[in-house]
Design a protein around this ligand. Structure first.
Ligand code: CA
Length: 318
């Protein structure tokens, strides 16, 4: 199997941090860059978080800056609930040394476009935040929709309720207009939404395994994940652990057999009523080959141990 090239588009974020470690540790994939997005925190902060985590994990992967705010606004402020779930600094308020590497001077949107032309079908893009960066890349170079091998994104909800409103999931809700452009493009997309991510669970039993490694990264990852687990409990969302939202998208990008999918032409509602709902587009229902596959079931009994195996391996070494 040819090694796939992966770009992570992260709004780092605790579960983004877990997704990052998974992508580094998993075999058969080469992480060629991280594009930062606003979302769980401000762009500058999410970019810095990615740099710090990469250094913690002993990696030299370039980090690029994407868009600072949604496609329909000119500024972004961090939501209070994001601070409660991910901490004021986005990574569970753990403290890490200042990064020695700098953010790349190349724009993140241009990096995505260049990588699409260079790697074509071998390129997988995994957005685990708003879809603003990908929509901006499509605007700048529409040709990339025919080049990129696959976009496996964490976002949306088809068969379950949303987590921002009855119908909206948080990443899509940040920029439903951008998400709609991505979903209705010709990009081959796998949607890994709340339908499946909420069926994965990580508990303090697992984070204790990382803590017991006695390494810097094992302790840091146990601390930031425990913050997230405690936050979910404090908010009354889940008393048992945390869902592996962003890591599942990375897992599915590498091994699509973790989920079963429904092929469906999808759209995102941009009107006020039902804003950011991800739903089948009835105007395109008869398209012979829908561009979107929606994950509707997950083999969590295989995914969670695979996630643990990869994370524990990398955290043991740094
Ligand atoms: Ca995220």
């Amino acid at each position: 199997m040819a090694t796939k090239k992966m770009i992570l588009d992260l709004d780092t974020g605790v579960d983004d941090a877990l997704a990052l470690a998974y992508a580094i540790a998993a075999p058969n994939v080469d992480l060629i860059g991280v594009v930062a997005s606003y979302g769980n925190n401000l762009l500058n902060k999410t970019a810095k978080n990615s740099l710090q985590l990469l250094e913690l994990l002993g990696q030299e992967v370039p980090v690029f800056k994407g868009m600072e705010h949604s496609s329909t606004t000119n500024h972004f402020t961090v939501m209070q609930v994001s601070k409660e779930i991910h901490g004021n600094n986005g990574i569970g308020d753990i403290s890490l040394p200042e990064p020695t590497q700098k953010v790349q001077t190349t724009d993140g949107i241009d990096f995505i476009i260049e990588a699409a032309h260079q790697y074509n079908k071998d390129l997988i893009i995994v957005p685990t935040g708003p879809l603003t960066n990908l929509a901006a890349a499509l605007h700048k170079d529409p040709q990339i929709s025919h080049l990129i091998g696959n976009v496996t994104l964490m976002g949306g909800a088809l068969t379950v309720e949303g987590n921002v409103s009855d119908v909206a999931e948080a990443n899509i809700n940040q920029d439903a207009e951008a998400a709609n452009e991505v979903f209705t493009s010709e990009l081959p997309i796998t949607m890994v939404g709340l339908d499946v991510t909420l069926r994965t669970l990580l508990t303090k039993k697992e984070t204790q395994v990382w803590r017991d490694l006695g390494t810097k990264s094992g302790t840091a990852y146990a601390d930031l994940t425990d913050f997230y687990i405690n936050a979910y409990a404090n908010l009354g969302i889940d008393q048992h652990g945390c869902a592996l939202h962003d890591p599942l998208a990375v897992g599915v990008a590498i091994d699509p057999s973790f989920v079963t999918t429904l092929a469906l032409p999808m759209k995102v509602v941009t009107e006020k009523h039902n804003y950011a709902r991800t739903i089948g587009d009835k105007a395109r229902l008869n398209e012979p080959q829908p561009n979107v596959k929606v994950a509707i079931n997950v083999d969590q009994k295989r995914f969670v141990p695979t996630f643990m195996e990869h994370l524990t391996k990398i955290l043991a070494n740094h």
